[in-house]
Ligand binder design. Structure first.
Ligand SMILES: Nc1ncnc2c1ncn2[C@@H]1O[C@H](COP(=O)(O)OP(=O)(O)O)[C@@H](O)[C@H]1O
Ligand SMILES: [Mg+2]
Length: 263
């Protein structure tokens, strides 16, 4: 699991500058998916990068399970630990695949870097590709794949490392609407099937509804509200959250259908 304890982040040395992340506390229990939801600039990516160890907090503490799997996990203070010392993988919105490498080489690359034997790396990469439903494309180059297929490769590349924590930063924003719908369902199924611990960033309300166990609504670096999808959408606690939901009024049908389906 991941735990944020009163974490703040200010970029640069100017003490008068606004906090990018302002005293936030939340947990992502093992095997669940928590979404950071809010408009552009509210601090979602900064929060995710602090989980990954790519930014260090100005204040507060980050605790995390050191190993995958519930029984063996030990919760440790990782606030000052470097990115490579954390068992975390990040999936970006632009997939950053190696263009000159085949699908299989892209997925096994991270294992090669950690000295896994070649045959084992191939077997694990093949399994990861199967897990994301991409079979029969091993020898293709990324340029020979659709956007959705490239996204699956990026997902397989993160999964193959068997990270204790998987991070997604607006992973679907480069896909068209139809594919986005299909992929968010698949990410959710995969997360539940493999019991992955995931922190997921989006500005899209319906996407948050579709994938989350827990939603953290952010406003200018702070947490406006957090809870289950039902709690947030049935009992918005502030005008800010109400307005955020209001902007999605056109999607009300989707939300109603979802809430009915959850019950
Ligand atoms: N590297 C950086 N240096 C200075 N300010 C930054 C940097 N990255 C983000 N910010 C600022 O921090 C705030 C939060 O940004 P970010 O975490 O990227 O928000 P989001 O992902 O929700 O759009 C914004 O005001 C942004 O301009
Ligand atoms: Mg962002």
């Amino acid at each position: 699991m991941i735990e944020f304890k009163s974490v703040s982040k200010r970029y640069g040395d100017n003490k008068a500058a606004a906090l990018a992340v302002d005293n936030i506390s939340f947990t992502v229990p093992t095997g669940t998916l928590t979404t950071l939801l809010g408009p552009s600039g509210c601090g979602k990516t900064t929060t995710l990068r602090m989980i990954a160890g790519l930014e260090s907090p100005t204040g507060g503490e980050i605790w995390m399970a050191s190993k995958q799997g519930q029984s063996e996990s030990v919760i440790e203070n990782v606030t000052h630990r470097a990115a490579h010392e954390r068992n975390v993988s990040l999936v970006f919105q632009n997939y950053a695949l190696f263009p000159h490498m085949s699908v299989l080489a892209n997925v096994s690359y991270g294992l090669k870097m950690t000295n896994v034997k070649k045959a084992d790396a191939k077997a694990r990469a093949t399994l990861a590709l199967k897990n994301v439903g991409l079979v029969g494309f091993d020898d293709r180059l990324p340029s020979e794949l659709s956007g959705g297929q490239q996204q699956r490769v990026a997902l397989a590349r993160a999964l193959v490392l068997e990270p204790a924590v998987l991070l997604f930063d607006e992973p679907l924003s480069n896909l068209d609407a139809q594919l986005r719908r299909a992929m968010r369902e698949e990410i959710r199924h995969l997360q539940q099937r493999l019991k992955l611990t995931v922190a997921y960033v989006t500005h899209d309300l319906v996407e948050a509804l579709a994938v989350s166990d827990h939603i953290v609504v952010m406003d200018k670096g702070a947490i406006a509200q957090q809870g289950t999808p039902q709690e947030v959408f049935e009992q918005p606690k502030s005008e800010y959250v109400k307005n955020f939901l209001g902007e999605a009024a056109l999607l009300r049908d989707d939300i109603d259908r979802f809430l009915k389906w959850q019950k």
